[in-house]
Design a protein around this ligand. Structure first.
Ligand code: PGA
Length: 227
């Protein structure tokens, strides 16, 4: 079955030309479903079948300098949006803000990729991790139809560090999120690369991957999306 692979380019690359070059080098006929999430500023100039934003605001319009709203993304044909990434939570996004963003995204017909895992540490066992996740998910999904939300489990210590969680641990978390919250798909993210991606995709309850660093290397990313 096709799995969902999200490329989170973060604040890369530094020029439109490089962004277009990278997008053009990603296969459009991969085995898995692929969504590219370039920086918002490039979204309208990138040609790829499925595009997503890396964040959004919760108001449609008004005096909110520097923000981008789901209704604006929707008007540009953008169908996906990452919400609650740990790098956004680290600079101030709260669960309350994440919750408002999810609600506004649903209202505008976009699919949210809700990132959880902020605050988890490498020493924690499965039970402690699910405790942290429970707090986040209860707050983030309050009043939200979770059957419409894709959840990405990203242990914060694994992001951009080259240290990934074990596929077995990620599978346990995926089962927890699916059974307790009814999320249709749970992705794993955190130092996924061409060498370890298959072990995660082989887990029956992991519905796909959220890939940061390796999504900027066309050769590696093409390998991952064709597993
Ligand atoms: P990484 O990033 O693959 O570079 O660890 C993942 C993410 O932050 O989404």
């Amino acid at each position: 079955m096709k799995k969902l692979i999200i490329a989170n380019w973060k604040l890369n690359p530094t020029t439109l030309k490089d962004a277009q070059k990278l997008a053009a080098s990603i296969s459009v006929k991969a085995k898995n479903k692929v969504v590219l999430c370039p920086p918002t500023v490039y979204l309208s100039r990138i040609d790829y079948p499925n595009l997503g934003a890396q964040d959004c605001f919760w108001q449609d319009k008004g005096p909110f300098t520097g923000q981008v709203s789901p209704i604006q993304l929707q008007s540009m044909g953008i169908k996906y949006c990452i919400v609650g990434h740990s790098e956004k939570r680290a600079v101030g996004d709260t669960d309350e803000m994440v919750n408002l963003k999810l609600k506004t995204l649903i209202q505008n017909g976009l699919t949210s990729i809700l990132c959880v895992g902020f605050g988890t540490t490498v020493e924690q066992d499965d039970l402690e991790v699910t405790d942290v996740l429970k707090n986040q998910l209860d707050a983030d999904l309050a009043g939200v139809d979770s059957s419409k939300i894709i959840v990405a489990y990203e242990p914060v210590w694994a992001i951009g560090t080259g240290k990934n969680a074990t596929p077995e641990h990620a599978e346990k978390v995926a089962i927890f999120v699916k059974t307790k919250y009814g999320a249709p798909k749970v992705l794993y993210g955190g130092s996924v690369n061409a060498g370890n991606a298959k072990e995660f995709l082989d887990q029956p309850n992991i519905g796909g991957l959220l890939v940061g660093g390796a999504s900027l290397i066309a050769k590696d990313f093409n390998q991952i999306i064709n597993l």
